[in-house]
Design a protein around this ligand. Structure first.
Ligand SMILES: CSCCC(=O)C(=O)O
Ligand SMILES: [Fe+2]
Ligand code: NI
Length: 445
């Protein structure tokens, strides 16, 4: 059976219960992959000698491995460990877990900060990308045996998420007003009343009366447009058009819901005083957490860019090698050609082919006029007007008709037992393929 994953409900019941939404909202592997969560189904009975597991380890460089048997007898500080596992956190590195026996839940946050519960059962191997918020809990079976993999010396350091329920840190999440306003603007079914602007960096209330009557009560329990506008004002929104109700805030952008948390409410002076005393320290703590998270993300980006740079270097090196080979080949062709051109027998052979070509053409004309059909394959292609009498002209023709030249040179070799030891076949093939080479040849002469 494939991996099972679903969006969680919001209830505070026992963490070991499945916490399905009602109705169930399953999450596909594709959706997980978009979050960077990768999945394999392996045979857990064969984990010691599994070639498929070997391949994953090899390809991804997981040279470290250990087994974690999560039961009270085998783990010191069992309860405390479980508690820590269930504390939402991120790591600087991937977290790779392979379930060998028992079962349990990995919860990961999606981009809209919703919890997705991933049910790990025997044979399930998942990779959580670095920097994804997650947690782990046993399920009601109360037992799991996990393989843990890592690149090099393992570092399991968790960076716990700032505690949202803490009053001082709450301000790092957008307020209900902002989320609700965002939802109203996002709702495309009311686009004729309120919608994003064309540039997606502001929103327009097209029909203030209808907006107040229909949209506001859905979210705010009132129908007062001016009160809504006042609220926008306290959050630093600007009315950016004198003709219509268009509002903008640098952090209120279509498709960038996560930026909402940066919109701060302007406070009255009395609020500022009390808040700054009690909340100041916690706000700072929150900012430190945020900065730490940003730093982790930046470090990850750096690692990614370094890897990219490495692969570009290798590619460049390969291209340089290829270029060198091509240059050598070109030089060989030029030498070959020059030698040929200097030989009367070669030119004779070319002329012969030219005459033959003209003869064929004439014959073809005859066939066409007598049968009314053109047969592609019977005749050797030739366009006599391209050939001239002097060498320069010959060359023009020669370069356009690599095959002709090729045949002529072969005939020439046949006649004289040519001293060329190079692989003329290969060279000519390369030669006739490249038009720039032809130009080059002309200049060269
Ligand atoms: C039991 S392994 C999963 C817990 C976890 O997230 C971790 O080890 O970092
Ligand atoms: Fe973890
Ligand atoms: Ni054709």
């Amino acid at each position: 059976m494939a991996l099972e994953a679903w969006f969680m409900d919001d209830s505070n019941e026992d963490q070991r219960l499945p916490h399905h939404r009602n109705p169930k909202e399953l999450v596909s592997l594709d959706y997980l992959a978009e979050l960077g969560v990768l999945y394999w189904k392996l045979n857990p009975e064969n984990y010691e000698n599994d070639p498929e597991l070997g391949k994953i380890r090899e390809e991804r460089g997981y040279d470290y491995m250990d087994l974690l048997d999560l039961c009270p007898e085998k783990v010191s500080n069992y309860e405390e460990k479980l508690k820590n596992f269930f504390t939402e956190h991120i790591h600087k590195d991937e977290e790779i877990r392979y379930c060998l026996a028992g079962s349990g839940y990995f919860d990961v946050r999606d981009k809209d900060d919703r919890w997705i519960r991933i049910w790990m059962q025997p044979g399930d191997l998942i990779i959580l990308p670095a920097g994804i918020y997650h947690r782990f809990t046993l399920d009601t079976s109360n037992y799991i045996k996990l393989m843990r993999l890592f690149v090099g010396e393992p570092v399991w350091t968790p960076y716990n998420r700032p505690q949202e329920e803490h009053p001082g840190l709450k301000e790092t999440e957008p307020t209900a007003f902002l989320t609700k306003t965002y939802n109203i603007v996002e709702d495309s079914s009311t686009n004729n009343i309120v919608s994003w602007s064309r540039d997606n960096n502001s929103f327009i209330v097209w029909e203030p009366e209808t907006f107040a009557l229909i949209c506001l009560p859905r979210c705010f329990k009132h129908k007062n447009f001016s009160s809504f506008v006042r609220q926008l004002n306290t959050y630093g929104f600007k009315k950016i058009d004198t003709e219509r109700w268009e509002f903008a805030n640098e952090y209120f952008l279509k498709g960038e819901r996560h930026l909402l948390k940066n919109i701060k409410r302007r406070k009255t002076s009395s609020q500022t005083q009390t808040r700054s005393l009690e909340g100041g320290r916690f706000r700072l703590e929150g900012e430190i957490h945020e900065l730490r998270r940003d730093r982790v993300a930046l470090e990850l980006e750096l690692v990614r860019l370094r890897r990219k740079q490495e692969s570009m270097k290798t590619y460049l090196h390969l291209m340089e090698e290829k270029l060198k080979v091509t240059e050598v080949k070109q030089e060989m062709m030029m030498n070959f050609l020059l030698k040929k051109i200097k030989k009367p027998s070669f030119l004779q052979s070319l002329r012969k082919r030219k005459l033959q070509g003209m003869k064929n053409q004439e014959q073809r004309q005859e066939v066409i006029s007598s049968h009314g059909v053109e047969d592609h394959d019977t005749f050797v292609k030739a366009e006599p007007e391209e050939y001239g009498d002097d060498i320069g002209d010959q060359f023009g023709g020669v370069f356009s008709y690599g095959d002709e030249l090729h045949i002529a040179s072969m005939e020439d070799q046949g006649q004289e037992g040519d001293e060329m030891e190079m692989d003329s076949e290969g060279i000519w093939k390369g030669f006739v393929l490249s038009e720039e080479m032809c130009d080059l040849g002309e200049h060269f002469i």
